[in-house]
Design a protein around this ligand. Structure first.
Ligand code: HEC
Length: 181
């Protein structure tokens, strides 16, 4: 009997920590004023080709860890390049994202240092900046318009391919150290 209780206790702890883990979400911070924001509108999610607003694997992973699994995925990067043109990023940042009217986006230094991480860059593009760029996220750009998280992740993945420093934006621990220095 004692053993059974122990077993149940272990099982229960396991389930508890699993469900706590599954609910863990990253905190998204506006580049404009440092406040937290959440992306909750279902229309802000989904593969734009499917138009079904179902959260993609990449979106689920991003919301949990801040990582962009499209980095290094050639198909997603190709699609990201197209979305970079579609949303007129090209007009201001140039066709290779190295800068035109707006600044270059390939680093290794950024005006907003957190943009070296994929989470930071998504936060900057989603809500925009105080220095001349409006937010492009769904519902931020206009009431019923803007990028989904999925297409922004693909766009960022492509932007990373344009740099010569091999920055993937997913180098969490190293980047955190880098940001402190
Ligand atoms: C109308 C011109 C314009 C468009 C369109 C535009 N940007 Fe920008 N972007 C800017 C300007 C200007 C800045 C500098 C803002 C500042 O200094 O606060 C900027 C800043 C940025 C930054 C921050 C760079 C850094 O050094 O920290 C990123 C990332 C970025 N843009 C990505 C994008 C992406 C991706 C798109 C397309 C979805 C886009 N921008 C569309 C003008 C534009």
């Amino acid at each position: 009997m004692f053993k059974m209780k122990q077993l149940l206790a272990i099982l229960f702890t396991g389930i508890l920590s699993f469900s706590l883990g599954a609910h863990a979400e990253i905190k998204l911070i506006k580049t404009t004023d440092g406040s937290e924001f959440k992306i909750t509108d279902p229309k802000a999610f989904g593969d734009t080709k499917k138009k079904d607003n179902v959260k993609t694997k990449a979106e689920i992973e991003f919301l949990k860890t801040g990582k962009n699994i499209y980095v290094g995925d050639a198909k997603a990067e190709k699609r990201g390049k197209k979305r970079f043109g579609y949303w007129s990023c090209t007009q201001c940042h140039g066709p290779t994202a190295k800068g035109q009217v707006g600044p270059g986006l390939v680093g290794p230094t950024f005006k907003y240092p957190k943009d070296i991480t994929n989470q930071g860059m998504l936060e900057t593009i989603w809500f925009g900046t105080n220095g001349g760029m409006g937010g492009k996220g769904y519902g931020v750009m206009a009431a019923d318009d803007g990028m989904t998280v999925d297409e922004l992740l693909k766009t960022i993945a492509w932007v990373r391919t344009q740099g010569s420093q091999g920055i993937s934006g997913n180098e969490d621990e190293n980047m955190k150290k880098f940001l402190k220095n």
